[in-house]
Design a protein. Structure first.
Length: 628
């Protein structure tokens, strides 16, 4: 019966403890996937609830110290580790944010230039994320030295050591090959291999293939077909066999030159690399050569990765032959716990502020949304403070016979939600009679001025009705049917489309009318004695005395405009005209729920600030009318 490798008692205790306990580390951010954590830590985790800090008390202190020192001194290839906190998806951790900022600054906020040069289909900066970085976990991730991978490698090499997710090939061999083939129960493996292992974590991925047996077949199949090419080394003696394989594959050198974009004279000029070549086209042939059992003998293949380099370092550091220290278990989980404890404050603040930074980055990357929202809110507040007071002033001052009927009509409009009028508003704005309205309005004011100049003896009501008749004639019949063949125009994707449907508000008019009624009539009579015009009475008396209720109206208009989403999305198809709420909806549709909650908090801040700054005026607007 075959014996398992010589594993020390301390290592056995470490293996056993690691099977029961694990800790939060960098690996969760490579991909929110427990399988990646298990491969990196080389231990089963099962569920997130089993991850705790007890692993800190179950490791070899000397081995951990050697590992941390090796990590600092060893010039580790970029392909041997992934960058933690870089998963650009539904959440945006720190390294993903840094990569986006790097690209944003490098291309001067030109998303089209970024997409063209990096050869990625990005239409907005919210789609800019780091490329997949799981080279050690699967062969399908190939190393690339072009496009988006070039700046990402720059960022990857500049980040601190604690952000490195070092690939553990023993964990990959266990999780990707042994468990799928033999199941989680080690006894099935023992029966087929005639061994007596107690746990899978006594089975290392050796540097060279085992001498014989099923273990040799497992090693060969995994290395040839599944192990990432970055961890495979070939003997230099295979150069002749490699060139012969190329000649048999391509038949003539011109075919190879066409494939490689080279100008070799013969196959003897083709260089042979003992490591995976940087060119993608050459990588394909190199991989096919490794898979060819006839051309590439098993004895010429070697596995060399982080554990092998760590074992060589420990052997040199302790002055021992390499055979005396192998195999070593890399204390990756313990190193993660050490890093977490050394940088608790930074990690804590990163996790507290991460989602808020994600939202703020998204908002600033879509700066048109901020600009459009500011313009929309200013226009909404301005028009609400002009149109509604004018209508309420007319109802309050002139005492029309149907005043209360009009007010009842205004109140009835509150019974219908905005969604009921959404389709009619859309159709009206799409075919808006802009020129008839402008021409009719211009004729109305012109006729009113002319009648006031030449027919000043006419009653004011008659002059108003006559001017209105002229305006209606021009706007309703003359311009649409006689002058213009197409009298309507589309207001979609304009601020007018946002402002016009909510310019007049029945509730605001009702509130303002009640407040204007409370203003003493003696003030208006005194103004009449002084010869004040109606505009003077409206602006200097009514509006000046109505600042509290106007503050309430302004807050309501601001809140309505700032929070407008559905109507803004329907009537503004162009993303360049989208408001902040529409962009936040886009963010929520593609983000984690925690990011959604952070977006809601940030979206509520402007309204809260406005209320805090104006609360005294607003409270007077609510209390004073009641007291009167």
């Amino acid at each position: 019966m075959l014996r398992r490798p010589d594993v020390s008692e301390q290592q056995r205790r470490s293996i056993g403890s690691e099977m029961e306990y694990s800790i939060p580390g960098n690996y969760a951010t490579v991909s929110v996937n427990l399988t990646n954590i298990e491969m990196a830590w080389w231990k089963p985790v099962g569920t997130w609830q089993r991850i705790d800090a007890d692993v800190s008390r179950n490791h070899d202190e000397n081995l951990l110290a050697d590992f941390l020192t090796w990590r600092e001194e060893f010039n580790m290839p970029l392909e041997w580790y992934a960058l933690a906190h870089s998963g650009g998806g539904r959440m945006l951790p720190i390294n993903a944010r840094l990569f986006r900022k790097l690209m944003y600054d490098r291309f001067s906020a030109d998303i089209d230039a970024y997409a063209h040069e990096m050869e990625v289909p990005a239409k907005s900066w919210s789609m800019v994320t780091p490329p997949p970085d799981q080279l050690g976990f699967s062969r399908r991730y190939r190393p690339k030295l072009e496009g988006i991978h070039v700046p990402y490698r720059e960022l990857k090499g500049s980040r601190p050591l604690r952000d490195r997710v070092i690939f553990n090939l023993d964990g990959v061999f266990w999780r990707r090959y042994l468990v799928p083939k033999y199941g989680h129960d080690i006894q099935q493996y023992n029966r087929e291999h005639d061994t007596d292992y107690s746990i899978y974590h006594e089975i290392f991925l050796s540097r060279r293939a085992p001498q014989s047996g099923l273990a040799k077949d497992d090693w060969e199949q995994f290395v040839r077909d599944e192990l990432n090419l970055n961890f495979i080394r070939l003997d230099s003696s295979l150069a002749k066999a490699y060139r012969l394989w190329l000649s048999n594959h391509y038949k003539n050198i011109s075919n190879l030159n066409t494939r490689y974009s080279t100008s070799y004279v013969s196959f003897r000029d083709v260089p042979f690399s003992t490591e995976v070549p940087p060119s993608v086209s050459v990588q394909v042939d190199w991989e096919m050569f490794v898979k060819d059992r006839q051309a590439c003998p098993l004895e010429a293949i070697e596995v060399y990765g982080p554990r092998q380099a760590f074992e060589e370092y420990v052997a040199r550091r302790r002055g021992l032959p390499l055979e005396k220290v192998t195999p070593l278990i890399m204390p990756v989980a313990s190193a993660d716990y050490h890093d977490a404890m050394q940088h608790k404050s930074q990690l804590r603040w990163e996790f507290i502020l991460r989602n808020y930074k994600h939202v703020m980055d998204f908002i600033w990357l879509h700066g048109h949304g901020i600009r459009n929202t500011l313009i929309y809110c200013l226009l909404a507040v301005s028009t609400a403070l002009l149109v509604n007071p004018l209508a309420a002033y007319a109802l309050s001052r002139y005492k029309l016979p149907k005043t209360y009927t009009i007010l009842l009509f205004f109140m009835v409009t509150m019974a219908f939600p905005a969604e009921v009028t959404m389709i009619p508003n859309f159709l009206l704005l799409k075919r808006f009679p802009l020129w008839p309205l402008l021409s009719g309005g211009a004729i109305f004011f012109l006729a009113l001025w002319l009648l006031g100049k030449f027919k000043s003896r006419w009653p004011e009501q008659l002059r108003m009705l006559s001017a209105l008749g002229c305006g209606l004639f021009v706007g309703v019949w003359l311009v649409p049917y006689v002058i213009l063949a197409k009298p309507t125009t589309s207001l979609l994707n304009t601020f007018a489309a946002l402002i016009l449907p909510g310019m007049a508000n029945g509730y605001f008019i009702f509130i303002l009318k009640g407040f204007f009624d409370s203003i003493p009539k003696e003030l208006f009579e005194a103004a009449d004695l002084d010869g004040a015009s109606e505009w003077t009475k409206f602006w200097l008396i009514t509006m000046n005395l109505s600042k509290p209720v106007l503050a309430v109206i302004a807050l309501g208009a601001f809140t309505g405009a700032y929070s407008a989403f559905m109507m803004a999305l329907v009537i503004i198809p162009d993303p360049d005209m989208w408001t902040l709420m529409v962009w936040l909806y886009q963010l929520q549709s593609e983000s984690h729920q925690a990011v959604v909650y952070a977006a809601l908090v940030i979206a509520a801040v402007p309204t809260f600030i406005v209320f805090v700054l104006c609360q005294n005026v607003i409270m007077r607007g609510i209390v004073v009318p009641v007291e009167k």
